[in-house]
Each structure stands twice: as structure tokens, then as C-alpha cells.
Write a protein that binds this ligand. Structure first.
Ligand SMILES: NC(=O)c1ccc[n+]([C@@H]2O[C@H](COP(=O)([O-])OP(=O)(O)OC[C@H]3O[C@@H](n4cnc5c(N)ncnc54)[C@H](O)[C@@H]3O)[C@@H](O)[C@H]2O)c1
Length: 319
């Protein structure tokens, strides 16, 4: 299996590290910024992903580029029956969802999207624990710090046209995806967002409150405007239990019921420890023909919720 990575910035290097650890055959890298590929003298490097795909004919590509590029790159590879593992979010526009799903449907290859927290054992524990139980309410918190230096580290960050939004589409999309994965897709999203702290650095929101209602009900509060980052947290109430997931622990009614000992991180600790397991599962799916669980349709759900939140302006938006 010949693999290529498109975009070797922060997360592209995490994918490369995992792939090398898992002894996958990385045959080429692509980045428009030649500075990013200079260190890799042992492997062909390209600045144009189309040229790389035509010349190297990889079986799999990992798309680790800015958000606005995902849709074109995913479709290009799927149309050539090349398996795609794309970083989140799948895309940033409603119209892109349809063309990606169409390309996925027609392709002989698989599309997978990197919501690695679905592979974190604490989260799979809670998902399984909730099976058959009635959820009364739930909330997710993403209380983080992302400062002006972070946003100035790449031109696409903090822009509507290229990042597609702020804290929700980039950082909190993981927690939003977990909430809908654990509790189900809601029918409506009502959201209110603002830029409270980072006005001089970004045009997008740094803070958002989102309420999901209908078939599934939860609230999400997320900010990038704190002076320090705190841990992400999810709390869920059922008839009998208050479940809390935070860091590497699950608590039920105040008791630790599950402690995760797999704390091998790739990249920043806030990415969690799921990248290794997700990437291994994606390759196993390709090799065995099993369908990868986070396919285009599954990953599009979080994008739909994000876009509804941005369209909301305090009013309920139907999903
Ligand atoms: N799953 C996670 O936890 C996680 C964590 C961080 C980032 N991400 C996602 O990974 C993606 C990249 O984020 P990042 O932080 O690595 O950004 P980054 O800016 O560090 O890296 C992006 C790279 O893509 C390159 N690039 C831009 N246009 C290109 C093109 N046309 N062809 C080839 N390369 C191109 C840039 O030069 C840069 O090196 C985003 O979708 C982001 O949301 C996911």
C-alpha cells in the first residue's frame, strides 16, 4: 500500500509520525510551502497534489491541509479511486457536502475523516454505557486558549473564507461530533457567537454557545478566548446517572469508573491519543474491505451542525 501526505504542517507531521510508527509505506509528500518539505530528503516531495497523484499513483492519500482545500482534494482523489483519510472538518460549505458524498458513492475507494476522539477509550466507554438508556440532558465544554500568535502562524487561520469559522469549526467540532455520536443527531440548532477577546487577531468567532434540540438535546459552550486552556469536558444525565468524561477518566455519580491508561499522544496532548488507533483502523478497513465507520456521510453530520450554528444568529435552524 503506497501512501502520500498532502500538507505537512502541524497535523501532517503527526500523520507522518504515526504512519512511520505503523510501518506504512509513505512514498511521497506534498506541500505548497517548500520550507515545510525541506527536511525530507529521503522521499519525493511535490508542491502540486495533482502532479504528485499522477506521478506517484498512491493507494492512499492523507489530506492535512487548510479547511477550504479539503473538498477539492477529497473529490480529486476519490475520482481516481484513491483511498482518502481527510483531517476534520470534511469541508466548510453545504454545497461541498453533496459533491463529496457523490464522489464517495461513485468511487471504488474509501473516504475516512479524522475524528480521532471517537477512538479514545473513555468516549467509546460512554457511548456503549449509554446504549438503551434515556438521556435527560448533556453539555460539552471546550474552554481553551488560542492567542494571536496561534492565529498568525498560518494565513488561513481565523478567516471565514479559508478556516470557515473559528473555535466551533476547528477546535470544538470534535466535542460537537462526540455529542451527536453519543446522543444522536438533533433536529434543530440554535446558536449565538461572538468575538470577545481576539478581535484584533481574527474575523471569526472566538466564543460560541450552541443548543441542539428535537430528537437529541445537548448544549455546547466553546471558547478560544481564555488566558489558559482547561480540559474539555462532557457531562450527561440519564434517569439514574450523572456521567462526566474529562481528560482520561469517566466518572459516574462522582466515582471513577474508567481510567484510560493509553496516554501515548502524537502531537499536542489536546489532540488526544486517538490518531494512532484511527489510522490503524482505516488501513485495516482498506485491507479487509470493511467499511470505515467515519465515512463521508458520518463526518458530514458535524459539518451540518456547524453550518447551522453559523446560520443561526439566535434562531433555531432546522437540520
Ligand atoms: N484532528 C486533530 O486533532 C487536528 C489537529 C490539528 C489540525 N487538524 C486539522 O488538520 C488540518 C491542517 O491543520 P494544521 O494545523 O496542520 O495546519 P498547518 O497550517 O500547520 O498545515 C497545513 C499545511 O498545508 C499546506 N498547504 C496549504 N495549501 C496547500 C496545497 N494547496 N497543497 C499542499 N499543501 C498545502 C501548508 O503549507 C501547511 O504546511 C486542518 O484541517 C485542521 O483542522 C486536526
Amino acid at each position: 500500500m503506497r501512501t502520500a501526505i498532502i500538507g505537512v504542517g502541524v497535523i501532517g507531521n503527526v500523520h507522518r509520525e504515526v504512519l512511520l510508527e505503523q510501518k506504512k509505506n509513505v512514498v511521497a509528500l506534498c506541500d505548497v510551502n517548500v520550507e515545510k518539505t525541506k527536511a525530507f530528503s529521503d522521499i519525493p516531495v511535490y508542491t502540486d497534489y495533482r502532479e504528485m497523484i499522477e506521478k506517484e499513483r498512491p493507494d492512499v492519500v492523507h489530506i492535512c491541509t487548510p479547511h477550504y482545500l479539503h473538498a477539492d482534494m477529497v473529490v480529486y482523489a476519490l475520482e481516481r479511486d484513491i483511498h482518502v483519510l481527510c483531517e476534520k472538518p470534511l469541508c466548510i460549505k453545504t454545497e461541498d457536502i453533496a459533491r463529496i458524498l457523490e464522489a464517495e458513492e461513485k468511487s471504488k475507494a474509501q473516504l475516512g475523516v479524522c475524528f480521532q476522539n471517537r477512538y479514545k477509550y473513555c468516549n467509546t466507554y460512554v457511548k456503549e454505557y449509554l446504549a438503551g438508556k434515556e438521556v435527560k440532558g448533556a453539555i460539552g465544554f471546550v474552554p481553551w486558549k488560542r492567542d494571536a500568535d496561534y492565529y498568525h502562524s498560518a494565513a488561513w487561520r481565523g478567516t471565514w473564507s479559508q478556516e470557515g469559522g473559528g473555535v466551533l469549526i476547528n477546535q470544538a467540532i470534535h466535542t460537537l461530533d462526540l455529542l451527536q455520536w453519543m446522543l444522536g443527531m438533533p433536529d434543530f440548532i440554535t446558536a449565538s457567537w461572538s468575538n470577545l477577546v481576539l478581535k484584533e487577531a481574527i474575523e471569526v468567532e472566538d466564543t460560541i454557545t450552541l443548543a441542539a434540540s428535537g430528537n437529541s438535546r445537548f448544549t455546547l459552550f466553546a471558547t478560544n478566548g481564555l488566558g489558559v486552556s482547561f480540559s474539555t469536558e462532557i457531562k450527561i444525565k440519564t434517569d439514574k446517572d450523572v456521567i462526566r468524561v474529562c481528560d482520561n477518566k469517566v466518572e459516574i455519580n462522582g466515582e471513577n469508573v474508567y481510567i484510560e491508561h493509553n496516554t501515548k499522544y502524537h502531537g499536542k496532548p489536546c489532540y488526544g491519543n486517538g490518531h494512532g488507533d484511527l489510522i490503524a483502523d482505516f488501513y485495516e478497513c482498506i485491507e479487509t474491505g470493511r467499511k470505515f465507520p467515519i465515512d463521508g456521510k458520518e463526518a458530514a453530520k458535524a459539518v451540518q451542525l456547524v453550518l447551522a450554528a453559523y446560520a443561526s444568529n439566535g434562531e433555531a435552524v432546522k437540520i
